[in-house]
Design a binder for this molecule. Structure first.
Ligand code: SAM
Ligand code: ZN
Length: 351
């Protein structure tokens, strides 16, 4: 975490904010302790809430701030995954992996890292020819985010940013680009890229065979990644002029709340970027929350929600700038196994 941009980022405590007779109470968290620095990056430390009645602390672990209302719940599911990022020799890692063959978490994390690192950065790799298949998707996304305002944006945030490609791209267009995700390992991978200016990952070739990908990637300084919940983002209302969420809508338990949270973060005339394949899954999101209808496609409903034509009680009023009805989004599991989604892309301006 780059210390220089923390104040500008203005992170608030998710635990003690509330609303009282139309007044919002939001308290900032500030750096309380730093245990370890590397150059301009804070590696380990604590944030603390400024509200005297709260004083909640939030850890910074391996350069990753974790700013969640319910740390206990998150820690119970995430701690075992941290093993995947221990910097230990492969042989030692396989030893631990075989101790509990049934526990696939370690292997899954390696595969997820390969999948998303390749999806975000594979097309930039000078050696990975097959990953060029991601080119078209990124060209469209980058073209669309540039299309909008000519002048520099102030603050931009990407929700569910995974390993960070869009956040880095948006940092070229904004004074500050923030990326948040619930996965510690994803955010750690993004933070490592920022610190080392290197893309390094094990790309899955087949079964247990991986190819080491390593190349340099110049990234700007004005980027902040943190573990935080897109359904309860630790930022002030109306404080961003761009909010994006790529392929997150069908990955959260409350998709409509996600749209409302995106709208709450956005200031007047800000712009929203949403993509989704609308692959609703009831293990992630209860069917009654799915944004779909028998006689209407999710893409039409989402567009109309933004335009205020559907669920008008949400009082959203957006003008569509760009809509791509079908954009190919590929995820590479290994050489012979790819997933192919057709996503809906929408870029709209708030009025
Ligand atoms: C399908 S992936 C998409 C990642 C990335 N935006 C992309 O398009 O490549 C969904 C991501 O959202 C993250 N995620 C899921 N629920 C979240 C939440 N409530 N808040 C923040 N991130 C979340 C997951 O960890 C995962 O990285
Ligand atoms: Zn607090």
């Amino acid at each position: 975490m780059n210390e220089d941009i923390v104040t500008f980022a203005d992170i608030i405590c998710p635990k003690c904010r509330y609303m009282d007779s139309n007044k919002k109470y939001e308290y900032p968290i500030v750096l309380q302790k730093v245990f370890k620095r590397e150059g301009k990056f804070i590696i380990n430390g604590f944030f603390q809430c400024q509200n005297e009645l709260c004083r909640e602390v939030y850890p910074i672990l391996m350069g990753v701030p974790i700013v969640l209302k319910n740390l206990n719940l998150w820690w119970a599911s995430e701690k075992v995954k941290l093993f995947a990022h221990l910097n230990i020799p492969d042989e030692l890692a396989s030893f631990f992996q075989t101790i509990d063959i049934k526990n696939k978490i370690y292997q899954n994390e390696i595969n997820i890292n390969s999948l998303y690192m390749d999806s975000h950065y594979g097309n930039l790799s000078p050696t990975s020819y097959e990953s060029k298949s991601h080119n078209a998707y990124w060209q469209e996304i980058i073209k669309a985010i540039k299309l909008f305002d000519q002048e520099l944006l102030n603050k931009s945030i990407d929700l569910g940013c995974s390993v960070g490609r869009l956040t880095f791209e948006k940092a070229k267009l904004a004074k500050l680009a923030i990326g948040i995700d619930m996965s510690f390992n994803m955010i750690l991978a993004a933070v490592k890229i920022q610190q080392t200016q290197q893309i390094t990952y094990n790309q899955k070739i087949r079964d247990n065979t991986y190819k080491r990908i390593n190349f340099s990637y110049e990234v700007p300084d004005n980027v902040l990644f943190l573990v935080a919940d897109a359904l309860d983002p630790p930022f002030r209302a109306n404080s961003f002029d761009q909010v994006s969420a790529l392929n997150l809508l069908d990955n959260v338990s409350l998709p409509l709340i996600l749209i409302q949270q995106m709208d709450a973060l956005l200031e007047h005339k800000g712009n929203i970027i949403l993509t989704s394949p609308y692959e609703w899954r009831d293990d992630i999101c209860d069917q009654k929350e799915w944004i779909c209808q028998k006689d209407k496609q999710s893409s039409d409903i989402v567009r109309e929600i933004l335009e205020g034509k559907f669920l008008s009680e949400l009082q959203l009023k957006y003008k569509i700038i760009t809509e791509i009805k079908k954009l190919d989004w590929l995820l590479r599991h290994h050489d012979r196994y790819w997933t192919y989604f057709i996503v809906h892309f929408i870029h709209a301006k708030k009025f």
